[in-house]
Design a binder for this molecule. Structure first.
Ligand code: URA
Length: 244
């Protein structure tokens, strides 16, 4: 494959290509021709896109520290202009259980920690009721910055943050995900179905089981649903046990 065509392929795949602006030497001497013949024999030029991709250096594996640093410095959407702190998440980065809420509220924005307000206290109780502690699970949100006045996050804000969440999931490798509340459930499962239709079922995200549970802020407003919330948590415990 000639060089111009190879560059075209790489560019079409979005792979940045570096082209020397320095003109090549006008004449090749006998030695360099010989060298070219040898390298051609040892490593023939790739002919297919697959061969080109195979020949590319592997990207560095992701790591928790650089992901956290990227989130802390993020300016991908407008929420960065109103936040006080990003809220990356808290808990055990190797946890079986990953709890994903909607987005930070005022307290979370001030402290840089997830679920530390009133709803957070109820979530902590829910975790305890399951025989776990906050330190044994990992808690994060769909968006890492507070939407002003606690409004629902906008589509572009969710999209901007999605890469971070997917990388967190890939690094944690949880055995089970709890989608806490409607926004988290609808975002993770890419659906507009109401929470009542989503709870009580085992969904999945890249083979990881996802259980939808009521948001504690909703439970604080709607006490009669607390019994259903406990049923959902017990259901999640059973699903987790099946993963052992
Ligand atoms: N509600 C959420 O969804 N997440 C938090 O971190 C706090 C409140």
């Amino acid at each position: 494959m000639d060089n111009a065509l190879r560059l075209q392929y790489l560019e079409a795949m979005g792979i940045p290509v570096w082209v020397s602006r320095i003109a090549p030497p006008p004449l090749l001497n006998a030695d360099s021709l010989e060298l070219e013949a040898i390298t051609d024999a040892v490593s023939p030029e790739p002919d297919t896109v697959a061969q080109i991709l195979e020949a590319l250096p592997e990207t560095a594996p992701d790591d928790w520290g650089s992901l956290a640093a990227e989130v802390a410095a993020c300016t991908r959407c407008g929420l960065c202009t109103t936040r006080k702190n990003t809220v990356f998440g808290a808990g055990d980065p190797h946890a079986d259980w990953l709890l994903i809420g909607e987005g930070p509220g005022q307290q979370e924005d001030e402290q840089g920690l997830p679920f530390v307000g009133v709803a957070g206290q109820l979530l902590t109780e829910m975790i305890r009721a399951m025989g776990l502690s906050r330190e044994q699970v990992f808690i994060t949100n769909i968006v890492k910055c507070r939407p002003p006045n606690n409004r629902d996050p906008h589509v572009d804000e969710v999209a901007s943050c999605n890469g971070y969440l997917q990388r967190q999931i890939a690094l944690i490798q949880p055995k089970i995900i709890l989608a806490v509340g409607r926004i988290a459930a609808q975002t993770l499962l890419d659906t507009t179905a109401p929470l009542a239709k989503l709870r009580g079922k085992v969904h999945s995200l890249n083979t990881v089981p996802v259980i939808v549970v009521y948001h504690p802020a909703y439970l604080l407003r709607s006490l009669p649903e607390k019994r259903k919330a406990w049923q959902d948590l017990q259901f999640a415990l059973r699903v987790h046990k099946e993963q052992q």
